[in-house]
Write a protein that binds this ligand. Structure first.
Ligand code: TRP
Length: 436
């Protein structure tokens, strides 16, 4: 597959604010205009149930978030935009993955451990208040990603571990059942704005210091008026460093406007005037979107039609892929022709790469990996004993599945492409437990 597939989920809990917009939505929408990439953006409403058990809120937030993305310029022609719960293949895949996921892996999830630590501090039982849904969260998330064989997953830093777990889970499945899943990577965008909120701390729902993205203009003006400033008087020079006001301005202004504001700070602009300029600057960008948002909120059926069309596109991929996976794990029609004798896909012997062990004049023991037609793929360093070389070979065979992810970061010997190495590891992984 030549195009890179990006996929990300947005949990519909709560109302989007300016920080979500500048830090996540705006760059994600801009990214959909990059040629040569395919984008899958979805509303993670199954995930929302883990945190939020108020049905009206889940429902309302799903509409608000979908309408916000559409109003902010997400083009459903360019992006496969859907709601997780419209794809029944996702929970089915979640189960397949659950069965190849070590419980220990989930025990190590930061989000789960954080709750356990809190419980320990408070002298409660370790799993107090932990639902099995919270515990399983990383598996559901892996299913979201693997269902569409996404390569790149744009997420915040707090989600990196979940992407790593998705890779581990994918590698386990591939190891058992054949090479079905691409191994995803987290795509971390480092130079996007994290906005400060009304009180000067990071803008976040949990600090209750946010400015909603689509509040009415009067409300926007009022909230901007309440952003913290220091007590410097008009005419006194002001610091841009650490100023929530300046930082918000910068996120919506052109570079020239930002430079002018920087000078105005040095020249002692009055806070009231700076706030007025900030309001105008934010409203200039938001006003046209707000009109679209209000229209969508008044006509939820338009949003529904868009999501259904997205689900159809997503299922056109998910449905046949899940059928392949069902077959792979052994869930097959009994009336189909004679069952294959082996459950595990068996690599064609003829194409298996071979290991050759030998001893050099330096007295050490070496091995190489050759393609079936004799081309050199890997060359070991020297081992003191033949047993050590043998163990290294066994380990390579055992871990080839996981190593596939690394293949493109390894530098193969001259004349071998990293695709050759990837192919060799794939074949090795598939043959590892075929008993040969
Ligand atoms: N867990 C993500 C968050 O809270 C949302 C999410 C769910 C997600 N499934 C995903 C993100 C799959 C990326 C890929 O931010």
């Amino acid at each position: 597959m030549s195009t890179t597939r990006f996929l990300t989920g947005i949990t519909p809990s709560g109302t989007p604010h300016l920080g979500n917009y500048a830090g996540m939505m705006r760059p994600a929408i801009a990214a959909t205009r990059t040629p040569g990439v395919e984008n899958f953006y979805f509303l993670a409403d199954y995930h929302a149930l883990i945190k939020c058990q108020e049905p009206e809120r889940v429902h309302r937030s799903t509409l608000e978030i979908a309408a916000s993305w559409l109003a902010a310029g997400l083009d459903p022609e360019r992006v496969t935009f859907y709601r997780q719960s419209d794809i029944p293949e996702i929970p089915e895949l979640t189960w397949f993955l659950t069965c190849v996921t070590g419980k220990g892996l989930l025990n190590r999830a930061h989000a789960y451990k954080a709750v356990q630590d809190k419980n320990a501090e408070a002298g409660r039982e370790a799993d107090d208040g932990v639902s099995a849904g919270l515990f399983m969260y990383p598996v559901l998330m892996a299913a979201d990603i693997l269902m569409f064989n996404a390569h790149q997953v744009p997420v915040g830093r707090d989600q990196i571990q979940h992407i790593e777990m998705a890779r581990d889970i994918a590698a386990s499945f591939n190891h058992l059942y054949g090479d079905h899943f691409a191994l995803p990577e987290a795509a971390i965008e480092d130079n996007v704005a994290t906005l400060l909120g009304l009180d000067g701390r990071k803008m976040s729902k949990s600090y209750d210091n946010t400015i909603p993205l689509f509040c009415a203009p009067a409300q926007l003006r009022k909230l901007i008026g309440s952003v913290v400033t220091d007590s410097r008087m008009p005419g006194e020079p002001k610091e841009v460093e650490g100023s929530a006001l300046f930082q918000l301005y910068q996120a919506f202004a052109t570079p020239e406007e930002t430079a002018a504001m920087r000078r105005a700070y040095a020249d002692g602009i009055a806070w009231g005037e700076a706030k007025q300029m900030l309001f105008q600057c934010v409203d200039r960008e938001i006003a046209p979107m707000r009109a679209r948002y209000d229209d969508l909120m008044a006509h939820p059926e338009k949003v529904e039609v868009t999501l259904q069309a997205g689900a159809e596109r997503a299922r056109a991929i998910a449905r046949p892929f899940l059928q392949t996976l069902r077959t792979a794990v052994g869930l097959r029609s009994l009336s189909s022709a004679a069952a294959p004798t082996r459950a595990a896909p068996k690599a064609d012997k003829a194409e298996l790469p071979v290991f050759k062990q030998y001893r050099e004049a330096d007295g050490k023991f070496y091995f190489k990996l050759l393609t079936a037609d004799g081309r050199l793929l890997l060359q070991s360093a020297g081992f003191a004993a033949p047993r050590e070389a043998g163990q290294a070979i066994a380990r390579l065979q055992r871990e080839a599945g996981a190593l596939q992810a690394l293949a493109h970061h390894l530098v193969p010997v001259a004349g071998v492409s990293s695709d050759d190495v990837a192919a060799a590891l794939r074949v090795l992984a598939a043959s590892a437990d075929s008993g040969s």
